[in-house]
Design a protein around this ligand. Sequence first.
Ligand code: AMP
Ligand code: ZN
Length: 137
Amino acid sequence: MKEDCIFCRIANGLIPSTTLYEDDDFRVILDLNPASKGHALILPKRHSQDLCSLDDETAGKVLPLAGKLGTAMVKALGCDGFNLVQNNGEAAGQTVLHFHMHIIPRYANGPKIVAWKPGTVSKEEMAQIAEAVKAEL
Ligand code: AMP
Ligand code: ZN
């Protein structure tokens, strides 16, 4: 645990939170500034800044847990779906530098929360991008 990290402190119970779920590896809390009713955050108890530094074992538990929470939200809150959002880096909107996964319930006819304007790309540019990324894998 990183002493000066607010999500380490919340995940490990040093700062109170509205907790939906807890086990040895995770705490799931309600977001203080929700994008929709029920917006929750999956917080690993062990500190990692983002997805790139998250260990594989913890990473492998995040999606099943998100699915479990999403299923419970559909039943308990009556949402019609949910988005998983996970920001890496300030440019991507990450404001707290401790890995977390947002679970954002979505309601029919509710506002769009995760959306982008579809762009365009040439076949040549797609090929260049693919070659550049594949070379780093
Ligand atoms: P991100 O922009 O992906 O880093 O998301 C950080 C999220 O953490 C935001 O949705 C904040 O509203 C939420 N947040 C920040 N501090 C707290 C806190 N003390 N308790 C609950 N949620 C928090
Ligand atoms: Zn931390």
